[in-house]
Design a protein around this ligand. Structure first.
Ligand code: IVH
Length: 703
């Protein structure tokens, strides 16, 4: 049994490597999932073969991490930085003067958070943050969840004991998703991917780190007797052992080549999916590195050229204060329009009162605006030399700009809040906009502007009012014709069928995001049970901590909220998990056509399964069908039509597996043996499957 377990672990590690490091997967999601599930089952049955480096541990755990402080065997130094190409030339001249001709390796300077990984006999032993350079935090449990970090090395030839260092990164896409989620539940978004990566690495729960979609690129092998003569060769070998090594590294023979590399990447980096802030130039030969040695802080054989953040100087005209649906106040700068990185910038984020005070930003100042890793430009400094004579320190507002209520600050939060949740107009409208949004009640006939229009017209003053709207209320409104009125009413009506967990997300309890709502719904099964739960009972649900538990209790303690919830109940929204309504959501929104006969289920049973997992049944195959569920004796016409339209064709077994997965996109890999009999699908559908396999399936589905 041990051999079987080890074989599975090796196979899964290899598939992870192919997918996350090489970007070249060999198998589809479902096959991968099946391997993983098999391993999970065997491990559960044989705890004696437990291994913290098993790939099943990548999902992390909810137990609280304590980060022990660990001393670095070799200090984690920094790099000398420069913004000037001349200084890079001086660096090159100094190197050549001291050691003669030298070759260099140019690499990108990744803008994440540094990590040192230690491997013993090919197994990940420890992962430690940079800390103060001498000692850092042991974050092994969290780093194990990062798919591109090998838990067990491949091949042979690696030293029995060595350290490898690199950067933990959060790709822009994951960063944006995380921030959207945080804003959805009233948490302060991260300022940039670097902070998000560092914050995610220090999560108390490794399951949370696992969800953050971090990546890890390695750039330096450290050890006493490395079996290589050059840095470049060591990285190439490390790539073979399973580490993710940047594709952008280059050997450069002289300053001209360095110069060209820098110029090229200063432009091309804007297309990369992660943040970089410069180029690192390293002497390639370890022997020469040794001769050049170190200063107290940095190696003398390497230097970092920092890209200039794209910056512009402009005048701060005024500051607006936006009020979000949670009451959070965001100051936004209005600027004299200025060209920055190809776009005209008129507004910039100021974050919060502390940030404004820290930079001593004043009205009328000339301020520096930058576009860094951030999506929205931000103000990074003030040109004091041009400050107007009579300028005064900026005074942050003390009262809500919309409803006049005195603002409050909560402990541990940098932002100010307007506490008038029930009567502050932008909070009310913001909550309604959230309520109708796609992942909540999905009332797609209504848009944000129409919500504002209905609110301004006095037709709705909370989300429950939506269900009392009548046709005659709507048709007379400006810009709303008969057709859109009908559309709105139809989609409001359809939202009565939205599953309970989405209703729970939609009502907008602070800190209750999509996943938490799903966990709560699964655990409590009805609104009543949830409303009556104590903080301790709430905290017993998956991934619900004290903060969320208290927020839920606060929500239901509020009389106004209770009234709204009661009216929503009267309007017929789903307040419990129905018998049929399972919560996997695995088939959310997917459209199926069932055809043929099946060995395990009747067609009616299959139809029920589809609906109870959030999917929809269709009678005939059309271009918007997602899957044809094909049984024995399926008619050739249906099969052919599906193939022509690129509709994916799956068998009963695949379908059953989809029910337990999260994102069932690429259910059948081309040529999968589970494909129903018949000719190979045509080219374009194969392409479509392969493309979706690479682009979006793996992220959400592996574990
Ligand atoms: S080499 C002895 N290479 O920059 C110096 N560092 O300012 C070893 N960094 O703490 C560092 N990309 O977090 C090196 N390609 C790269 C890098 C890189 C980013 C970071 C690293 C380090 C900091 C130094």
């Amino acid at each position: 049994m041990r051999e079987k377990i080890e074989l599975l672990r090796r196979q899964i590690n290899e598939h992870n490597y192919r997918y996350y490091v090489l970007n070249d997967p060999l198998i589809g999601d479902y096959e991968f999932d099946a391997l993983l599930r098999e391993l999970q089952e065997l491990e559960a049955a044989h705890p004696e073969f437990d291994d913290p480096n098993s790939p099943t541990r990548r999902v992390g755990s909810d137990s609280t991490n304590e980060f022990a402080t660990v001393e670095h065997r070799y200090p984690m130094l920094s790099l000398s930085n420069t913004y000037s190409l001349d200084e890079i030339r001086e660096f090159d001249a100094r190197v050549r003067k001291e050691v003669g001709e030298a070759e260099y390796v140019c690499e990108l300077k990744f803008d994440g958070t540094a990590i040192s990984l230690t491997y013993e006999n090919g197994r990940l032993l420890r992962a430690v943050t940079r800390g103060d350079g001498t000692r850092g935090d042991d974050v092994t449990a969290n780093v194990r969840t990062i798919r591109s970090v090998p838990l067990q090395l491949r091949g042979a030839g690696y030293p029995a004991y060595f350290e490898i260092r690199g950067e933990i990164l959060m790709p822009f896409r994951s960063f944006e998703r995380l921030n959207r989620e945080r804003e959805d539940i009233g948490e302060t978004p991260f300022a940039n991917p670097r902070n998000a990566a560092a914050g995610s690495l220090k999560q108390q729960s490794s399951a949370e780190t696992a969800r953050r979609e971090l990546d890890c690129t390695l750039y330096s092998l450290v050890g006493d007797d490395l079996p290589f003569g050059t840095h470049y060769d060591s990285l190439m070998a490390a790539r073979e052992w399973g580490f993710k090594i940047s594709d952008q590294i280059a050997l450069c023979r002289d300053m001209n080549e360095i110069d060209e590399y820098i110029r090229r990447w200063d432009k091309a980096r804007k297309e990369l999916p992660f943040a970089t802030d410069g180029v690192v130039i390293k002497v390639d030969s370890f022997a020469l590195q040794h001769r050049l040695g170190y200063t107290a802080k940095a190696p003398r054989w390497a230097v970092a050229y920092k890209f200039k953040a794209e910056q512009a100087l402009t005048r701060l005209l005024s500051v607006d204060f936006q009020v979000g649906r949670t009451g959070a106040i965001t100051p936004v700068a209005n600027l004299e329009p200025v060209l920055l990185a190809g776009t005209v910038v008129k507004r910039a984020s100021l974050h919060n009162a502390e940030q404004i005070a820290l930079l001593d930003i004043r009205l009328g100042d000339h301020v520096y605006v930058e576009k860094g890793g951030e999506i929205i430009p931000k103000i990074t400094g003030v040109d004091l030399s041009s400050r107007p004579m009579q300028s005064e320190p900026f005074r942050f507002i003390t009262h809500c700009p919309c409803c006049g209520t005195e603002l409050v600050k909560y402990e541990g939060e940098a932002r100010h809040y307007c506490p008038n949740q029930s009567h502050c107009p932008p909070q009310i409208v913001g909550r309604m906009v959230h309520f109708i949004s796609r992942k909540a009640m999905n009332i797609d006939g209504l848009g944000d502007e129409t919500v504002q229009l209905l609110y301004d017209a006095g037709l709705i003053s909370d989300v429950a009012d939506l269900y009392r709207l009548r046709r005659e209320d709507l048709v007379d409104l400006p810009r709303l014709g008969d057709k859109s009125a009908d559309n709105i009413l139809r989609s409001i009506d359809a939202s009565r069928d939205v599953p309970f967990q989405r209703v729970l997300f939609a009502i907008g309890i602070r800190f209750v995001g999509e996943t938490t709502a799903k966990n709560l719904a699964l655990h409590f099964r009805s609104m009543d049970a949830l409303m009556n739960a104590t903080p301790e009972e709430l905290a017993a649900a998956d991934e619900v901590g004290d903060k969320i538990a208290l927020s839920i209790v606060d929500y239901f303690r509020d009389e106004a909220n209770r009234k709204i919830v009661a009216r929503l109940r009267e309007s017929g929204l789903r307040f419990e998990i129905g018998e049929k309504q399972l919560l996997s959501n695995a088939l959310d929104g997917l459209k199926f056509v069932i055809s043929g006969t099946f060995s395990e289920h009747s067609r009616d049973q299959l139809k029920e399964l589809i609906e109870s997992h959030g999917g929809r049944n269709q009678s005939g195959v059309s271009a918007n069908t997602d899957y044809l569920l094909a049984g024995d004796r399926i008619g050739p016409a249906k099969l052919n039509k599906a193939r022509k339209l690129g509709v994916r064709i799956i068998g009963e077994e695949d379908f059953v597996r989809m029910l337990s997965g999260d994102m069932p996109d690429a259910a059948v890999a081309p040529g999968d043996k589970e494909n129903p009999p018949g000719p190979e699908p045509p080219e374009e559908s194969v392409d479509k499957m392969a493309a979706s396999d690479q682009n979006n399936v793996k992220q959400g589905t592996l574990f």
